[in-house]
Design a binder for this molecule. Structure first.
Ligand code: NAP
Length: 267
């Protein structure tokens, strides 16, 4: 797909991967609709895109709330009449023993990582079907392919994203509509600080490592130009399900110990 002049809605565009994708796609000539809760951050990104000669429009919305999602879609379709590419990127994580996670945080994670993504995907897909073209890109995680200790809820939400997106890709195969899932490994963003700020959360072990959000943005641009069912970043992590198959027994054995060690280390 040619990116120039496409209307692209990016959720979670106020920081990290979402902001990097928005800036990169705007530099390719797309019209960017930026969605998140922090209005000040969205405006900064909108201004920086416009200062670089691009086109962007900020829409503040709390996507955990169904009525805000509906209002967002109404406002966007009233003004632009179409969404050519939807990137469901907003999400948050949490690390620790699952039983210590506040039930409110668990349900909020489902509201954002799953419900918001389903709501926007199905509503936009229906319009794309009428228009006869479009691309929906859902940001999953390698955590969705490897049930790991400490991220029971987060990994499960991302497993949903993967299964949902790949099934829709298959449903749309004989049309001009594509649905893709992007599965990054660790990326250096505010994700880890946001996760650690939640009740009873432990710091994530990989928080100081990882790739830049710009690297993910670059790969997403290539995914739009050459659509695929799924994209693992970096590619080597495609081997993770195989590692789980071969060494899952070892992860079962040492998993709780690793989680306890991490907890003690961070006390
Ligand atoms: P981030 O910098 O924390 O970005 C999260 C984005 O989601 C922010 O723009 C945040 O904006 C938005 N958001 C959070 N709650 C929201 C809500 N209720 N309504 C609307 N927007 C909301 O983290 P990131 O690393 O870029 O994460 C982006 C996506 O990548 C997530 O889905 C994450 O699961 C996935 N991912 C991240 C990594 C990683 O290692 N960082 C790896 C794999 C996958 P506001 O706070 O302004 O609302």
């Amino acid at each position: 797909m040619n990116i120039k002049d496409k209307v692209i809605l990016v959720t979670g565009a106020s920081s990290g991967i979402g902001a990097a994708m928005a800036e990169r796609l705007a530099s390719e000539g797309a019209v960017l609709l930026l969605v998140a809760r922090r209005w000040d951050r969205l405006l900064q990104i909108e201004e920086s895109i416009k200062a670089a000669g691009g086109n962007a429009c900020a829409y503040p919305a709390d996507l955990e709330k169904g009525e805000e999602r509906s209002k967002l879609l109404d406002a966007v379709y009233a003004r632009f009449g179409r969404i050519d590419i939807l990137i469901n990127n907003a999400g948050f994580g949490w690390y620790g023993f699952g039983y210590t996670m506040e039930i409110g945080d668990s349900l909020r994670m489902i509201d954002l990582n799953v419900k918001a993504l389903v709501h926007l995907t199905l509503a936009v897909l229906k319009r794309m079907k009428e228009a006869g073209a479009g691309h929906i890109i859902n940001i999953g995680s390698i955590a969705g392919s490897l049930p790991f200790q400490g991220i029971a809820m987060y990994g499960a939400t991302k497993a949903f994203v993967e299964s949902f997106s790949m099934a829709l890709y298959r449903e749309m195969r004989d049309t001009n509509i594509r649905v893709s899932v992007v599965k990054p490994g660790a990326v250096k963003t505010d994700f880890f600080t946001a996760a650690a700020s939640k009740s009873h959360a432990q710091p994530m072990p990989v928080e100081h490592s990882g790739m830049t959000p710009g690297k993910v943005a670059g790969r997403v641009v290539s995914l739009i130009k050459r659509p695929r069912k799924s994209m693992v970043i970096p590619r080597v992590f495609s081997l993770l399900p195989l590692i789980d198959m071969l060494f899952g027994w070892l992860i079962d054995l040492i998993g709780p110990g690793l989680l306890k060690m991490n907890k003690m280390h961070n006390l």
